[in-house]
Each structure stands twice: as C-alpha cells, then as structure tokens.
Design a protein around this ligand. Structure first.
Ligand code: ADP
Length: 399
C-alpha cells in the first residue's frame, strides 16, 4: 500500500495509533463496496478500494493499478472529464460534492454514479492530490425517471380528462340548445294550427316545418345513440353488395334543397366504380354528415363538389367546399367527439361536434381512411378511401 501522510493531529499520536489508523483504512478499502480512490497531483492512483476495482476494473489487482491513471481504465472522454475536475480541485481547494454522472462503458450497461471529490492534504495542509468516493445510484435514478415519467403521464391524462370534462359541459349546453330550438318551433306551429284550425291556407307548410324539426330531433337522438355504441365498441354494421354511385347520388339530391337555399353550386362527378360490400345505411349517414357540413360551413354563393372514383385499388370519395375552412391546428381534433373549431363557434353555426366522430368510426368499420385538407378561409376537402374489395357475383348453379 502506498503510504500517505495523515492530518497533523493524528500524527501527534503514538506509532501504534498510526498503525491502527492504517489498518482501519486498509480494512475499509478492502471491504467496502463504495468506490474510493486516492490520487496524486498528476491524477495517478495512490490507493483504491475493492469496490472501485469490482466496478471499474474487475479482475485486475490493486497493485497493478497503482501509479496508473483513469486513461488506463476509462474512455478518453470520461478520463479527460475526471482530470479536469481534479485539476480544478487542486487549483481551488474546493471539493465537488454529490455530482451525479453517467458512466459509459463499451459492452456494459451505462451506470449513474453520485461522486464526491475532495482535495487530499498532507500534515501541513498542502494539497498533494485528490480523493473521491462514488456510489452507484442507477437504481435510484431509474426509479426517479420512472416517477417523473409517470407524473408526466398523469398530468397528460389529467389535462385530457379536464379537457373532456369541459367539452362535455359545452356539449350539454349545445344539446340542450339543439333540442330546444326544434321543440320550440314544433310547439309554435302546433299552436298556430290549433288556433287557426286546419282551414288555414298554408297548413301544408306548417306540417312541413313540424316534420323538418321532428326529423332534426330524430337525427340528434340517432347520433347520440350511435355515439354511445361507438364508445362501447358496439356499432352494429350490416354489410351487403351496394352501388356506391347510387348512394352518393341520393345523398347529393337530399342535400340539394339546403344547398339551393344558400345558392350553393352543388355538383357531383362519378367515374364507373364496381359494386362493393358496404353498410349502405352507414355510408349514407357518412355522406349526409360530410355533405351537410360542406353546405353548413360554406357561405352563400359558394361551391360544393362531390367526386367519386377509384385510385390504386381504393374507392375515393372527396367532398370539397369553398367554405370557412379549418385551421391546421384543429385538423386532428375535429374528429374527436364534441370538438368544434373556434371559427364555427364564433359564427354561431349550429352543430354538436358529433358528425365527424361518427363519420370516422363508419370509415374505420369499412377498413378505410379519412383525411382533410384545409386552411382558414381556404375551403375544405374531406377525402374518404375505402378498400376496393370486389364482391364476387353470386355463383350460378350448373344444371
Ligand atoms: P358539427 O358539424 O355538428 O359541428 P362535426 O363533428 O361534423 O360537428 O364537425 C366538427 C367540427 O369540424 C365542426 O364544428 C367544424 O368546426 C369543423 N368542420 C367540419 N366540417 C367542416 C367543413 N366542411 N368546413 C369547415 N369546418 C368543418
């Protein structure tokens, strides 16, 4: 063992006292699992503990390492950083306490250690080197990282829950409004009919308004029911061979009166597509949602274009409008339930924020995709792609 002078007060003791201290030191260094080292002014090892050898130079003898430096054990990068610390301690006399460092080794897992490095002084207090002790804190750092990770996840979950909560509150307000408006209209027209009797010349128009509002209510209740089915993963589907071009043409005609009321130019272009297996009711619902949005969010005199065709083994349905558009930041969220952009809320355009959630679920049930291309005041194009799985024609039995 290389001898090192001990502090003054210790030297005042007897020879046997010094021997006892060296024995204690020797026992400590050979028994402790802590990584302890003593180095001279040139950062060459004077003494090292068994724990240090086990951690950094397993299998090597302590004597073999005395006089060597970190450059004989660690990577150049690691050894240079340690040398810089030691030079600083020697220059300033200031210790480095509890520094947490990542130690990287070739072929071994990286380790986090907490290190304290101090100046090594002789009996007169002069700095003659450095010494340090480091402890493996990998498990602690990993536990802390896991905790931080979990805290972040919890915070994200919390934020999304409170966001959902806020949306639900808004939704309850919206639904109440959406229920009250048609109900008030129905009650108003029933009263007119009752007061003025069936002889009134525009009875037919009153009945139409009542019917339209009752349909609106039915539609809303249907959407709510479907949403709860989607949420519980229980949306019922009935696939059968259907002519998509026909379904699209009907959906466009259903929307034409609403488009005409706003002087919107509603056009349809279809290229020949094969009969495919879909749920026709759900597809009609999907079209009604996309088309009614296009008409609803396009100002008077605008254009709505519906295109149906095939592309690369898929049916492609595009609904393009020249309406208010959707800012890029909203485009992912519009498919989330209850979500409505600030633009449409500001303009007080009616809606519940359910249509696109339902549309997306219908597209997914057909193994398809839906995408939107838009920008504020740039109009919007919704594109639905469905796999073009040809349904084989029914086989004719041979006689
Ligand atoms: P709703 O139409 O009842 O508000 P949707 O789920 O159908 O609900 O749509 C969600 C939101 O996406 C709308 O409120 C609107 O902000 C935006 N959006 C959907 N389609 C369009 C469109 N064609 N043009 C502009 N914004 C749209």
């Amino acid at each position: 063992m290389v001898k090192v002078g001990l502090p003054a007060q210790r030297q005042e003791g007897s020879e046997s006292q010094r021997e006892l201290e060296l024995t204690c030191m020797s026992n400590l260094l050979s028994a402790t699992g802590e990584r302890v080292y003593f180095k001279d002014l040139l950062s060459r090892f004077l003494l090292i503990s068994a724990g240090w050898i086990a951690a950094y130079a397993p299998g090597r003898a302590a004597n073999d390492l005395i006089g060597k430096t970190d450059f004989d054990v660690f990577s150049d990068e690691h050894a240079s950083a340690a040398l810089r610390d030691e030079q600083q301690i020697i220059r300033t006399g200031e210790p480095i306490v509890g520094k947490v460092e990542l130690e990287t080794y070739g072929g071994r897992t990286d380790t986090w250690v907490s290190t304290t490095k101090m100046p090594l002084r002789d009996s007169r207090g002069r700095i003659i080197g450095t010494f340090g002790i480091s402890r493996d804190v990998t498990a602690q750092i990993k536990a802390e990282n896991t905790l931080t990770q979990q805290a972040l996840q919890l915070r994200a979950q919390n934020e999304s829950l409170s966001g959902l909560d806020r949306l639900k509150d808004e939704f309850i307000g919206l639904v109440s409004h959406e229920l009250r408006t048609p109900l008030a209209s129905i009650l108003g027209y029933v009263e007119i009919l009752r007061e003025e009797g069936a002889n009134r010349p525009d009875t037919e128009r009153c009945a139409e308004v009542i019917e339209r509002n009752a349909q609106r209510l039915l539609h809303l209740v249907g959407d709510l029911q479907l949403l709860s089915q989607i949420q519980s993963g229980m949306m019922a589907m009935e696939f059968r061979r259907a002519d998509l071009a026909d379904i699209v043409a009907h959906a466009v005609e259903d929307l034409r009166p609403a488009a005409n009321r706003k002087h919107i130019d509603l056009t349809l272009s279809v290229t020949a597509i094969p009969v495919i297996s879909v749920d026709p009711t759900r597809i009609a619902q999907l079209l009604a949602n996309l088309l009614s949005n296009a008409v609803k969010f396009t100002p008077d005199g605008g254009r709505v274009e519906v295109r149906l065709g095939t592309e690369g083994g898929q049916v492609v349905l595009a609904v393009a409008d020249t309406g208010v558009g959707i800012p890029a930041a909203d485009q992912d969220q519009i498919f989330e339930r209850f979500y409505r952009t600030a633009i449409v809320r500001r303009q007080e355009i009616q809606g519940t924020g359910l249509g696109l959630t339902i549309t997306k679920a219908i597209v997914a049930a057909h193994n398809g995709t839906i995408a939107v291309e838009s920008g504020e005041d740039r109009g919007s194009t919704f594109t639905v792609r469905l796999p073009l799985l040809r349904v084989p024609p029914p086989s004719i039995p041979r006689s």
